[in-house]
Design a protein around this ligand. Structure first.
Ligand SMILES: Cc1ncc(CN)c(N)n1
Length: 263
């Protein structure tokens, strides 16, 4: 995305001043910065660029590194699998709330489709790994969420219940978007060892076309819902996006340390 923005800037540079900073008057007399008007970033480009320091920490977390090279201890993965299963049960409710808050039938249909995918495609990955690693379906479903798991889902569900549809999407987007990023990164960086990696199915699921197209729809929807909003409103959306991205870090870390309630 950053690369595309850079190439577009280079192509348009001849139209701009030496530093691309020249101002001109519009027909209505408003001063307009040419570069600003020609190269306006979309809201999700802004989110993506500003969140990089957090996402880089997520991508370099030992748990994620261990998934990529296949060295992650099995007990840590099983801990994650169970916590993530109950996380996804709550997360899926956000899509259901999207169905309720959708502004039109097309949007409603897409929220219903991503809800279905979450329950039947993503959670099926967890059920398959559980069966392979000797965890029963009852064990999966009976898992009690840790403090961080509960805090993360409660935060999103609270915003979904009390906020706008745009706020709901800003909260749930890092979960989909950063996993898609991680899936693609791990697939490319470890393509030579993927076959023997016990977490191959995990990497393939999150780098898949199915997961990617649902995520891309959410990214496009975020831009659509952000359109026309004031800077104050956009800052609220960005705050939700950053907080959810930080919860993603805490979630990796919690599983790596197998953190639970202290008492
Ligand atoms: C905590 C978490 N974040 C994101 C995802 C990807 N839906 C997930 N399964 N779990």
């Amino acid at each position: 995305m950053e690369g595309g923005f850079f190439i577009l800037r280079m192509l348009l540079l001849p139209l701009l001043g030496a530093k691309g900073e020249t101002s001109l008057q519009t027909a209505f007399g408003f001063p307009v910065n040419k570069e600003e008007s020609l190269l306006k970033r979309s809201f999700t480009e802004r989110l993506y660029q500003n969140v990089q320091p957090i996402w880089e920490k997520n991508h370099n977390h030992p748990f994620v590194v261990g998934l990529g090279n296949g060295t992650l201890e099995r007990d840590k993965f099983i801990y994650y699998l169970k916590q993530d299963y109950v996380y996804l049960v709550e997360y899926a409710k956000l899509f259901a709330m999207g169905v309720v808050k959708a502004g039109n039938l097309g949007m409603m249909t897409r929220f219903a489709a991503v809800l279905h995918e979450s329950l039947h495609f993503e959670m099926e990955l967890h059920r398959q790994y559980a069966a392979e690693f000797g965890v029963t379906r009852t064990d999966l479903e009976a898992t009690q969420p840790t403090p961080i798991n509960l805090a993360y889902t409660s935060y999103m569900l609270q915003v979904a219940a009390n906020g706008s549809l745009a706020e709901l999407v800003a909260c749930l987007l890092p979960c989909a978007w950063d996993y898609w990023e991680i899936g693609k990164l791990l697939k490319v960086n470890h393509r030579d060892t993927l076959e023997a990696n016990p977490y191959k199915k995990w990497i393939e699921t999150y780098s898949s076309e199915t997961f990617g197209s649902g995520t891309q729809w959410l990214i496009d929807l975020m831009d659509q819902l952000a359109s026309g909003k004031s800077e104050t409103e956009l800052a609220v959306l960005e705050r939700h996006f950053q907080i959810a991205s930080k919860y993603e870090y805490l979630f990796w870390d919690m599983n790596d340390k197998k953190q639970d309630w202290p008492v």
